[in-house]
Design a binder for this molecule. Structure first.
Ligand code: N7H
Length: 522
């Protein structure tokens, strides 16, 4: 007798209980503060200064910028609509080409011309606006206790010491400037689209009259998605796979706990307290804004390749690629080593969406690997509760800069990542991740050492650059350790606040003073 098919339990529904982003929030939160961020092939960061004595004029121009139609500063809604439009246009093009009998491989949809912009301020920039307009009350005193790192700035001794950052004299001249008040982050489909959008915003903000370049040298930093390896950063790995998801704009993450479904207050400033610090005090206008950490991180690709080439056999890895994957936690395709232990998968498309894994005592992913140091993906016993891990959540929307490395050790070029991440609280997120996890050799296990990709160590007492020490298990489960000079070097950066678009009109912006009747006589 044939048995009836077994009755299977339906899969448990994916529940995301976090509050949904409202239409008002989609219209006022700036559009890069999202997993997908601005669609882009090219991106320019322009750092500006509000001219001394010109903050009132700047505020007036800011209001003009905020209220222009069509908007020059993009909201989340605009970024989402752009992504949808691009997908639709691609689909339309592919369908039309297929109907003409063109094989799929030969179909290359044209790039949709698009540009988007974000504006952000340093604490010095907010202070400049406040000081010049006594009638404004930005409530900045309130944030000194809650957001001390933002108020101090990335170049302050306190922040640099916390992060083991190099001395500012080793930074690019632009970031040694003490006059960085604001940032325009412009992303687009082509350098021309980006340039045009930047110029229009500079004209609106009266460049030369109300604002000026933050440094006497070039005040722009330019990045692009690598033409031959779109999506991959310079060490050759697919980036931007694992990102937090917000209810109301992303589909829920079906992965088991701890998954990437993330409460709004961890990524944007809301009226909720996300911090352990219960006494969070921020003025109401900051709600729906987010803190942006920008770091220009130079990557020594020759050193990375040399390290894995020299040591993979000695450290009992199966291949040079496997050693790289042990350092990163993912193979170059993006496939996690937690799931694919011995070799990369032939299906990188599948691997790309494969964020559905957790670690455990037997995981093949070393606890020192970059992605395991920066996202623990397991409930921790001891003193780091799961909630602590969640509070480090950040949206990463960086872009590579510099020419591709072609295998000549001293090729005279520099390259790296323009790292940008958004979060609701810098101390809980970026700072905790970098200082207490990646730089901390005893986190989570004293045997495994530093994060080999972004770990930073202070110089020795004789002023010599420090070395990273990182360990992983070889194929025979023996502990293997490598020691090397850091592969990534900070060339400068800054902390910014990205206000909601509504705050650009009030209180940061203001109306032009009413002009009285003309006194001019004919
Ligand atoms: Fe990292 N890389 O391209 O090699 N990073 N990162 N990162 N990073 C990740 O999973 C890289 C940096 C995080 O949820 C991947 O999306 C490089 C800083 C976090 O599983 C790759 C640099 C900080 C994750 C890289 C750099 C972080 C992550 C895998 C510097 C924060 C998600 C792709 C030059 C302090 C972890 C992915 C998760 C993933 C690279 C910097 C954080 C390939 C080259 C400074 C949270």
């Amino acid at each position: 007798m044939e048995l009836p098919p077994p009755v299977m339990d339906p899969p448990p529904p994916v529940v995301d209980l976090h509050p949904v982003l409202t239409p008002e929030q989609l219209g006022t939160i700036q559009g890069d503060i999202w997993t997908k961020g601005f669609p882009k092939y090219h991106e320019t960061y322009y750092f500006f200064s509000i001219k001394t004595g010109k903050a009132s004029l700047f505020s007036q121009r800011l209001k003009v910028l905020a209220t222009q139609t069509p908007p020059l500063i993009s909201s989340l809604k605009k970024a989402r609509d752009d992504h949808n439009f691009i997908s639709m246009e691609r689909e339309k093009y592919i369908t039309a080409e297929k109907l003409k009998g063109i094989p799929k491989k030969e179909i290359h949809p044209p790039t949709v011309p698009i540009a988007n912009a974000l504006i952000a301020f340093t604490s010095k920039g907010l202070k400049a606006i406040q000081d010049d307009s006594p009638s404004k009350n930005l409530g900045l005193l309130d944030i000194e206790d809650t957001d001390p790192a933002f108020v101090a700035g990335m170049s302050s001794d306190k922040v640099r010491t916390t992060l083991n950052d190099p001395a500012t004299k080793k930074w690019d001249v632009l970031f040694q400037s003490t006059k960085i008040h604001g940032l325009l982050k412009i992303a687009g489909s082509s350098p021309e689209m980006v340039k045009e959008r930047l110029m229009r915003i500079q004209v609106t903000l009266k460049h030369g009259e109300a604002i000026e370049d933050a440094a006497p040298t070039d005040s722009q930093v330019v990045g692009w998605t690598r033409p031959n390896d779109r999506g991959k950063e310079h060490f050759g790995f697919e980036d931007g796979i694992s990102q937090p998801r917000m209810n109301g704009i992303d589909s829920p993450d079906p992965a088991p706990e701890p998954n990437m479904n993330t409460a709004q207050e961890l990524l944007i400033v809301t009226d909720k307290t996300a911090s352990e610090n219960q006494d969070v005090r921020r003025p109401a206008w900051m709600q729906n804004g987010s803190f942006l950490v920008f770091r220009k991180l130079e990557q020594d690709v020759a050193a990375f390749e040399c390290l894995t080439k020299k040591y993979w056999a000695a450290t009992k890895c199966e291949s040079q690629e496997q050693m790289g994957a042990k350092l990163m936690g993912r193979w170059q395709s993006g496939a996690p080593i937690a799931t694919f232990e011995t070799k990369d998968t032939a299906d990188p498309g599948k691997a790309k969406v494969m964020n559905n894994f957790v670690y455990g005592a037997e995981s093949p992913c070393p606890v020192s690997a970059h992605i395991r140091k920066t996202n623990i993906r397991e409930k921790l016993d001891g003193n780091e509760p799961d909630q602590r891990c969640r509070r480090t959540r950040m949206i990463r929307n960086g872009i590579p800069y510099g020419l591709d490395y072609k295998g000549h050790e001293n090729d005279g070029s520099t390259r790296g990542l323009l790292f940008a991440c958004y979060q609701g609280h810098i101390e809980d997120s970026f700072q905790h991740m970098q200082a207490s996890w990646s730089n901390e050799p005893t986190f989570r296990n004293a045997d495994f050492g530093h994060d080999p990709i972004i770990g930073q160590v202070p110089d020795s007492s004789e002023g010599k650059p420090g070395k990273l020490k990182t360990s992983f298990l070889g194929s025979d489960k023996s502990l293997q350790t490598v020691e090397f000079a850091p592969l990534v070097t900070l060339k400068g950066g800054e902390y910014f606040f990205v206000p909601p678009i509504s705050a650009l009109s009030t209180p940061l912006g203001s109306d032009a003073p009413a002009t009285g009747p003309s006194t001019r006589t004919a």
